[in-house]
Design a binder for this molecule. Structure first.
Ligand code: THU
Length: 133
């Protein structure tokens, strides 16, 4: 699905705001994410780290959880980090692919640099599907 530029901007704006709330005292790498659902609502997530490092939850998965708990199903996502065009980690790619293997992933930098849109299937060409096991 190709996102309208205004929709991509809306997602990026929400992701940028969410990044401000990241709890990343260990890595200092703040990530914001925003998930679009079918009815046009947008849900935010940021990374939440823990002193037991393995309990850290990525921004993308927190945004997916917020969307799902509100009854939505993700159809696109934006990710904003301290660097340019950083894609979701492998675990988050798999979690996003649960909802749409071809969803648009909008990648930007945190201070309004040029965004880049890719299909999730480019980032994760062979997602695990329970029905294909
Ligand atoms: N992180 C995310 O929030 N999303 C990703 O896709 C990659 C990594 C977070 C986890 C951790 O808080 C920090 O970035 C450094 O790995």
């Amino acid at each position: 699905m190709t996102l309208a530029p205004a929709t991509a901007e809306r997602l990026l704006g929400t992701a940028r705001e969410a990044r401000q709330h990241a709890y990343a005292p260990y890595s200092k790498f703040r990530v914001g994410a925003a998930v679009l659902v079918e009815d046009g609502r947008v849900f935010a997530g940021c990374n939440v780290e823990n002193s037991s490092f393995g309990l850290t939850v990525c921004a993308e998965r927190n945004a997916v959880a917020a969307a799902v708990v509100a009854g939505g199903r993700p159809i696109a996502v934006a990710v904003v980090t301290d660097d340019d065009h950083v894609g979701p980690c492998g675990a988050c790619r798999q979690v996003l692919a649960e909802f749409d293997q071809d969803m648009t992933v909008v990648l930007a930098d945190h201070d309004g640099g040029d965004a880049r849109s890719v299909s999730l299937s480019e980032l994760l060409p062979a997602a695990f599907r329970f029905e294909n096991r």
